[in-house]
Write a protein that binds this ligand. Structure first.
Ligand code: TRP
Length: 452
């Protein structure tokens, strides 16, 4: 353990803001609303709530326990808690690799978001007419210069915060950005809800249509819960290793989970009523934010460009705190092996930049989009692996480790802060969930994903 590892978060608020910053990201604001709409609104929401507060939260708590107990990054934490069995290092490796790959896709989408923020401020978006947003996005995303430049700027910002360290970089920045984010999303919700015809959007979001849910929707809800809470990938092990000994881990996890869930719902409330009120199609999937929302903002008249700038800033900030956590997971691993923070962060950033830029140029219509393997471009492969397969695989491994390898007494000790907190229903709730329910559900997701 290096001296740097001892400097963790300094307050409960800091812990919650940093970890909520990791969780709240593109997954909440860009992905959740369209998936929720696709699988039957309220019906999806019900299943989602269940997964988030059961399996998702329990996994988050497990990762915090692994991190805090071992005071190590994932690669060393798993062997340290299994009497030095090096084979469990694989669980940590899978997580760190997943974070590395997620970050590359994340940077591409964050770059688009940053560019759209700039386009909102400069008035470029508001000068386009309604019918041209789809083609504007396609041309923009396929161009070799702007998206790559934007992703590099975004990565540079992320790098600077991580170099700043745990307390002065990550915790400080999260404590400032997260409240701004909440304020912004509330303003956007109010604007959206006060438009004429907003109620159709609320109906779309909350009315439970079980015919649209199906098995696929249930599985999508579990996948989304894992992705949105950033669990199973070692990121929360790293943040867990920075949590002070006297924090109540159950309470902390509950706060973060509630925050993440609420912001996803608020994003839906900010988006759908406005989409309906302005007569646009809500079911256009991933392109909703870049191809439909700019038209919605345009039809709001004078203040539309202010709301547009506000929305894309919101999305950029949410993405930034998550990207910080992804990069920190990689940096913490290097630091745990004795490398300095600055040096490791810079080297990892360079490698990540090469992967992200290459993948960005293979995006639909991009200059390298004809370079394909098995019918898929590099971007498509990364998207498939990080969106569908790797998170549940890593989460399954974590649940197995936690429920079947780690000592039960260590878990109880960590959860109760060495016996100073009373924990109720430990066996019934917590241990049963993590030992049996979580692995079964995750195995199901995986198998059905592979078959599907
Ligand atoms: N939770 C993030 C979001 O909702 C995405 C994410 C997945 C993530 N795994 C992570 C972020 C690990 C940080 C670390 O967008």
């Amino acid at each position: 353990m290096t001296a740097e590892k001892h400097s963790g978060f300094s307050s409960s608020f800091g812990v919650i803001m940093a970890a909520a910053g990791s969780a709240v990201g593109l997954g909440n604001i860009w992905r959740f609303p369209y998936i929720c709409g696709k699988y039957g609104g309220g019906a999806f929401l019900l299943v989602y709530v269940f997964f988030v507060f059961s399996i998702g939260m329990v996994l988050m708590m497990s990762e915090f326990i692994i991190g805090r107990r071992s005071r190590h990054s994932p690669l060393k934490a798993y062997p340290a808690l299994s009497d030095g069995h090096r084979r469990w290092m694989t669980v940590g490796m899978a997580g760190v690799l997943t974070c590395f790959l997620i970050l590359s896709v994340y940077l591409i989408i964050s770059g688009w978001t940053l560019s759209y923020f700039v386009d909102s401020i400069t008035g470029k978006l508001s000068s386009l007419d309604d019918g041209s947003f789809a083609s504007y996005f396609d041309t923009f995303a396929a161009s070799p210069s702007r998206p790559t430049l934007a992703l590099l700027v975004f990565l540079l910002l992320t790098m600077l915060v991580v170099i700043g360290g745990v307390k002065k970089g990550i915790e400080q920045v999260s404590k400032i950005l997260m409240p701004i984010l909440v304020l912004e999303i509330l303003i956007l919700c109010v604007r959206s809800l006060t438009l004429n015809g907003a109620s159709a959007g609320l109906h779309y979001l909350f009315h439970p249509d079980f015919s649209l849910l199906g098995w696929e929707g249930v599985l999508a809800a579990l996948g989304q819960a894992l992705f949105s809470l950033s669990v199973g990938m070692g990121a929360m092990v790293v943040y867990g290793s920075y949590i002070p000994h006297d924090e109540n881990l159950l309470k902390t996890s509950l706060w973060i989970t509630a925050c993440d869930f609420l912001i996803a719902v608020l994003a839906g409330i900010a988006i759908f009523p406005a989409v309906f009120a302005c007569g646009h199609d809500p079911a256009c999937g991933p392109g909703l934010v870049y191809q439909v929302l700019p038209a919605v903002f345009n039809s709001m008249g004078g203040l539309g460009s202010v709301f547009s700038a506000m929305f894309f800033l919101l999305l950029t900030l949410a993405a930034l705190t998550s990207a910080i956590s992804l990069l920190e997971t990689l940096t913490a691993t290097a630091v745990d092996y004795g490398y300095t923070r600055t040096r490791s962060t810079i080297i990892i950033t360079i490698v990540e930049a090469i992967l992200a830029v290459t993948a960005c140029l293979t995006f639909n219509g991009g200059i390298w989009s004809s370079a394909q393997l098995g019918g898929r471009t590099l971007y498509n492969w990364l998207d498939l692996l990080t969106g569908a397969y790797l998170p549940p695989i890593c989460a399954l491994l974590t649940a197995i480790f936690f429920g079947w390898v780690m000592k039960k007494e260590d878990i109880r000790d960590e959860l109760s802060n060495h016996g100073t907190l009373r924990i109720r229903y430990f066996n019934v709730f917590y241990y049963f969930l993590v030992r049996f329910v979580a692995p079964t559900a995750l195995l199901f997701v995986l198998i059905s994903g592979i078959i599907g």
